[in-house]
Design a protein around this ligand. Structure first.
Ligand code: ATP
Length: 424
């Protein structure tokens, strides 16, 4: 099995990510997050929000509707240009992204002839209300960004924020991708964490560098090694006409170097499109701010941290699979494991579990041998296992096993919470 197959299989077996609608034969390239996956995903979103919104004076968050007035997409240019080139095979009818084909004429699956490429708009269409008439057409948002632009003046007026400042949003986006795939890397519905950072035109280079640094630090915080990340400048001739610089941040996924995040200088293009402007409180001058846009995909973050954290080690002739998540990312922080399935050990262990539950995401497990239970916790990345053994009831202490070193330490039960707080 290659690394991706191992991760897909572990994800399903342990409840990180399940194939979507599986009992009905699935729905191609749709995925559901299980109990562990949703913890991991929420840890990412919570930490991102704390770091980029709550801990900063210059950024505020919003949450906007998934379905907006279609005029938004007309003004933003999405209706006209948010498309990928599509080519069909005349023989097997498979469809391809023409820009990703080496040979634009020959089908890579069956060798048949391909049609000429035509533009395919990626927005998901729907209808508002009961009648499916063209006047009622609407679109699921293909990015969260436009929500920030159309609310620019509302945010300025209600918060009195002054340049430079940012508006952030985390939420779902929908794209009718021609070729989704590679597990959760490219799907038709996904989540984005985006910031629109509004600046004065002359500051764009300085702010761009600042944001690039912020994004690199976030990647480091995820536990991702710098050697697995590459920052690629989009060549000048491929840049959108309004942008002077855009970079893609690539990660070494098992299926190749692919985009993890993006950072773009979008000039005043978006606010101008929506007729939004800003009045300088000092000079009274009215103008359209420029914007730097750092953007993070949530599912691509999940995938990158799973790939990065997955390790196999040989321990006493056996393979130990470990998810070396940084502690803050781990879905469960603590597992409570009694050495026997009987009282008084189980009673004591359940008591510890109940005491810790309000403070840490924990799991209680009394099945199988202790060795197997440690392995189970290792492969989901639980930082600490608390073992309640036969000495525990008398001595009022337990052992705490560290996932990284596999070393164990005896800790008094009444000091457990403090110990875990300090070490986590
Ligand atoms: P790609 O070139 O891979 O299609 P993009 O350049 O179109 O991506 P952006 O429009 O910059 O992507 O979207 C911002 C971020 O949203 C991306 O960096 C990525 O993390 C995430 N993203 C985009 N499309 C998808 C998708 N189909 N599935 C999952 N995540 C996505």
């Amino acid at each position: 099995m290659d690394l991706m197959e191992k991760i897909v299989s572990l994800s399903k077996r342990r409840g990180f990510i399940f194939p979507g609608s599986e009992i009905y034969g699935g729905l191609a390239n749709s995925w559901d997050f299980g109990p562990l996956g949703v913890e991991l995903k929420n840890n990412i979103k919570k930490e991102w929000w704390k770091r980029f919104v709550q801990s900063r004076e210059d950024i505020v968050g919003i949450e906007t509707a998934l379905i907006m007035n279609p005029k938004v997409w007309e003004a933003s240019g999405h209706l006209k240009t948010f498309s990928d080139p599509l080519a069909d095979c005349k023989e097997c009818r498979e469809r391809f992204r023409a820009d990703q084909l080496k040979n634009k004429k020959k089908c890579p699956s069956c060798g048949g002839q391909l049609t000429a490429a035509r533009q395919f708009n990626l927005m998901f269409k729907t209808f508002i209300g009961p009648s499916e008439e063209s006047a009622n057409v609407a679109y699921f948002r293909p990015e969260t960004a436009q929500g920030m632009f159309v609310n620019f003046e509302q945010v300025v007026n209600s918060t009195r924020k002054r340049l430079p400042f940012g508006i952030a949003q985390v939420g779902k986006a929908f794209r009718n991708e021609i070729t989704p795939g590679n597990f959760i890397f490219r799907t038709r519905e996904f989540e984005q964490m985006e910031i629109e950072y509004f600046i004065k035109k002359e500051d764009w280079e300085k702010q761009f560098e600042k944001w690039l640094k912020e994004m690199k630090q976030w990647i480091k915080h995820l536990g991702i090694a710098t050697k697995n990340v590459e920052v690629i400048d989009i060549p000048k001739k491929e840049l959108a006409h309004y942008s002077k610089r855009t970079v893609d941040i690539f990660y070494k996924f098992p299926f190749g170097h692919e985009e993890l995040y993006g950072l773009a200088y979008r000039s005043d293009f978006d606010l101008k499109n929506h007729n939004q402007s800003y009045q300088d409180p000092q000079t009274g001058k009215q103008f359209v701010p420029h914007v730097i846009e750092p953007t993070w995909g949530v599912e691509r973050t999940v995938l990158a941290v799973m790939v990065e954290s997955y390790k196999e080690e040989k321990v006493k002739g056996e393979t130990r699979v470990v998810m070396n998540f940084p502690n803050w990312l781990a879905p469960y922080k603590v597992a409570i494991l009694p050495l026997s399935k009987k009282a008084p050990l189980t009673k004591l262990a359940k008591g510890i579990y109940k005491d810790l539950l309000p403070h840490f995401v924990c799991e209680y497990d009394e099945t199988q041998s202790i060795g197997k239970r440690y392995r189970r916790q290792d492969e989901i990345g639980t930082p600490f296992c608390i073992t309640v053994d036969f000495d525990s009831p008398k001595k009022k202490d337990v052992t705490v096993r560290d996932r990284r070193t596999m070393k164990q330490k005896r800790v008094k039960i009444n000091k457990l919470q403090q110990y875990l707080n300090e070490t986590l």
